[in-house]
Design a protein around this ligand. Structure first.
Ligand SMILES: Cc1cc2nc3c(=O)[nH]c(=O)nc-3n(C[C@H](O)[C@H](O)[C@H](O)COP(=O)(O)OP(=O)(O)OC[C@H]3O[C@@H](n4cnc5c(N)ncnc54)[C@H](O)[C@@H]3O)c2cc1C
Length: 380
């Protein structure tokens, strides 16, 4: 179990007040939003039910270039230039045109927060009335509010849809202490009928898990079985629902970024890069507002349009997800992967996949990137 660092008892004082920007959620999306506001002079409050980095929300693998361009190399634990894919009858080893890295979640959150000049408080968000957010420590108001709270989309006033009816996948993993060299995936119905399983080494631990595209299918038993098949202990669990469909990025004057807006890529369930990407985009629009260069309404419109531009890619990947989900139980899947097993095709498809949320986007920071943010922090 993670060590609980969240404030308790007397330390949990009442929280109230007006802020320029209220960022609800202190994981990938929320931190990316706040980072883009550093040095703008805006009074930014970020809240999360846990301390920053206290609860890991994923296997923490992302394209290395994204981590480098955000100045987060110090959080990297292991880097991979190839992907190993197992089907019931064959194993493929694909050399990738770019690398993936696993990283240390608390360290990454700390490094990103160093690039912000926001205030952080632990508080559980219960809901919202207009531009007042209700938390277990009191009410907070701001003209600019971001929901980066994950799949529950807590600040939406729309009728909540719970799993299994909601368009969500589910994932569970264990983190046994061990080491390995390869980033591995299994497309094998012996673990999951519609989905995939993984083993992501991260220095002195391996993140082994199962994800199901169908929220009705349970993933605990196959996760434990996969760990057992790999000779690993099923210890230190973490799991969650994973949205596989985009939802409106703005609603009733509120901005949504990351999983709260369904910004996780279908098929692969890669949601860190996209939470950072849309979080940065949202933060840049908010920065224009606090610096008096556009009205809130314009920011809402421009951010919604930015997200809509990527809708086609998300829809396309959702179709691939449906196809993969059906194909897993058929021998034809191995034949299809065999046909894709050409370096020119792997380079082409992975380059296109990266372009959905390209790492160069992180370099165009209005705050001047990590170095400028570090200088700003030092000067403060
Ligand atoms: C098992 C598993 C493995 C995964 N592995 C990967 C991977 O390797 N690579 C990848 O790219 N993606 C992965 N994903 C997907 C990825 O985790 C998400 O897409 C990503 O975390 C989304 O980031 P986010 O900031 O939008 O939301 P989250 O990371 O979910 O953060 C939401 C934040 O809001 C806080 N919060 C929630 N509710 C409240 C509330 N009521 N009040 C206050 N705070 C609240 C939470 O504490 C949390 O800090 C994985 C998902 C799962 C389930």
């Amino acid at each position: 179990m993670p060590v609980r660092a969240t404030k308790r008892g007397a330390a949990r004082t009442t929280l109230s007040g007006d802020w320029d920007v209220l960022v609800c959620g202190g994981s990938f999306a929320g931190l990316a939003v706040a980072r883009e506001l550093a040095g703008s002079g805006a009074r930014v409050l970020m809240i999360d039910r846990y301390e920053l980095g206290e609860r890991q929300t994923s296997a923490c693998a992302a394209p290395t270039a994204w981590l480098e361009n955000l100045g987060l190399q110090a959080a990297v634990r292991q880097t991979f230039g190839a992907l190993v894919i197992h089907t019931p009858t064959r194993t493929f080893r694909w050399a990738l045109p770019w690398t993936f890295s696993t990283f240390d979640y608390p360290r990454l959150c700390a490094l990103l927060f160093e690039q912000c000049d926001a205030r952080f408080e632990t508080a559980k968000v219960d809901g919202r009335t207009g531009h007042t957010v209700h938390t277990d420590r009191g009410d907070l108001t701001a003209p600019l509010i971001v929901d980066a709270l994950g799949w529950r989309r807590v600040l939406s006033t729309a009728q909540p849809i719970q799993p299994p009816e909601a368009r969500l996948s589910r994932g569970l993993e264990v983190h046994p202490p061990a080491g390995a060299a390869d980033l591995e995936l299994w497309l094998d119905p012996k673990y999951v009928r519609s989905g995939y399983s993984w083993s992501f080494p991260a220095g002195d631990e391996i993140r082994v898990g199962v994800g199901s595209f169908d929220p009705r299918d349970h993933v605990k038993e196959p996760t434990v079985r996969l760990a057992g098949d790999l000779g690993l202990d099923a210890v230190r669990y973490q799991g969650n629902w994973i949205p596989h469909q985009m939802r409106p990025a703005v609603e009733d004057g509120i901005f949504f970024a990351g999983d709260s807006a369904g910004h996780c890529l279908p098929t692969t369930a890669e949601g860190i890069r996209t939470a950072l990407y849309f979080g940065l985009a949202c933060g840049r629009e908010l920065r224009h507002v606090v610096e008096g260069r556009q009205a809130r309404e314009q920011a809402l419109e421009r951010y919604a349009a930015f997200c809509d531009e990527k809708l086609y890619a998300f829809r396309w990947l959702l179709r691939v997800q449906h196809a993969v989900g059906r194909a897993i139980r058929r021998p034809a899947l191995t034949r299809v992967l065999g046909a894709m097993d050409r370096q020119s095709f792997i380079d082409w498809s992975f380059a296109h996949y990266l372009r959905i949320a390209p790492p160069e986007f992180a370099l165009a920071s209005p705050a001047g990137g990590p170095r400028a943010a570090a200088a700003h922090t030092a000067a403060a």
